[in-house]
Design a protein around this ligand. Structure first.
Ligand code: SF4
Length: 323
């Protein structure tokens, strides 16, 4: 018997998978990449957790489908920020069901806990997710299973319901107990959670869609660097540190031009259709963030095009353009 586990690398989804593995079920831990997971690379962490519990790891990229069908038109609306949690969960289960059929598995599991998150994990929301994703009966939530209607794997006897959990609410004592029992190590995931729940990141998306259409290749342009909107509508991104600069340098996006200078300083991107005034302003702001002393006029490259200006603005001047 094989099951697909919706897998984030977090403690709950790891324990949920382990509960099933201990019942002799083969578990494929499936991470669904919406593009908004985190700015940190969690792959090594997810592989480590899978190795500890004996699950196979696979990742599915749904970024394009997510932007087209979920992010801007959720049936059940948004949480506090740009997080369409109910529709997002439903999309993940819909995708998991699709791969379940492709990969020859018989049911799905998730690490959701009844009552753990106010919007997306109360029993009404869990039911909405089932209806939206057409997964009724197929989705087993091992951590709260004893409090929920029995699913097909339980009624068919593929899984022993008695050996599953009845966790309810935000208290994590039982999860910690199970982590010790299973001997799990390093289960604290690096680098934060879903960016869509972050207020600042949500503002950046709102700003982006107010000025342009949004597609998959635009995701990294929101994740890295200081984000500024200039007076004549151009978007300017200024790298904050070496990591940002390296990532921004590698971005190839037809909506943006790279701005470079010989000075020691940030890597920048600006809207390809920026007006001349916005380009001059961008050049001055970029110079304000350079870390090297210099005097007089400086020449910067906007793509192939040269622009020469003096630096007469400060970092303080940049702040009024921050998104
Ligand atoms: S927190 Fe983010 S990833 Fe999780 S359900 Fe909500 S929108 Fe989706």
């Amino acid at each position: 018997m094989k099951a697909i586990a919706l897998f984030s690398g977090g403690l709950d989804s790891t324990i949920a998978a382990k509960l099933l593995i201990d019942q002799g079920i083969e578990v494929i831990a499936c991470n669904i990449n919406t593009g908004f997971g985190s700015t940190k690379d969690r792959l090594a962490h997810m592989l480590n957790m899978c190795e500890q519990i004996g699950a196979e790891f696979r990742s599915v990229d749904i970024r394009d489908e997510y932007i087209r069908e979920v992010l801007f038109s959720p049936k059940y609306g948004y949480g506090k920020n740009f997080n369409p949690c109910i529709d997002c969960h439903a999309k993940m289960f819909e995708v998991a069901k699709r791969v379940m059929e492709e990969w020859g598995a018989s049911f799905l599991i998730s690490g959701e806990v009844l009552g753990q998150r106010p919007m997306s994990q109360n029993s009404e929301s869990l039911q909405k997710v089932l209806n939206l994703s057409d997964c009724e009966g197929l989705l087993l939530r091992p951590l709260s299973a004893q409090l929920l209607t029995p699913t097909i794997p339980e009624t068919q006897g593929w899984v022993n319901r008695e050996k599953l959990e009845s966790i309810n609410g935000r208290n994590r004592d039982r999860q910690m107990e199970l982590a010790v029992q299973f001997g799990l190590k390093d289960y604290e995931a690096p680098g934060g959670g879903c960016l869509l729940t972050d207020e600042k990141f949500s503002n950046k998306i709102r700003d982006f869609i107010a000025h342009d259409t949004f597609s998959v290749e635009d995701i990294p342009t929101l994740k890295y660097g200081r984000q500024l909107r200039l007076p004549e509508r151009a978007k300017l991104i200024i790298g904050r540190n070496a990591e940002d600069n390296e990532i921004l340098e590698g971005i190839e996006n037809s909506k943006f031009l790279h701005i470079t200078t010989k000075l020691f300083g940030p890597h920048c991107l600006i809207s390809r259709n920026a007006s001349d005034n916005d380009k001059v302003l961008a050049a001055k702001l970029m110079l304000a963030y350079c870390k090297q002393d210099f005097e007089g006029e400086q020449t910067l490259l906007f793509g192939e095009e040269e622009l020469t200006t003096v630096s007469d603005l400060s970092r303080h001047d940049a702040q009024k353009y921050f998104i």
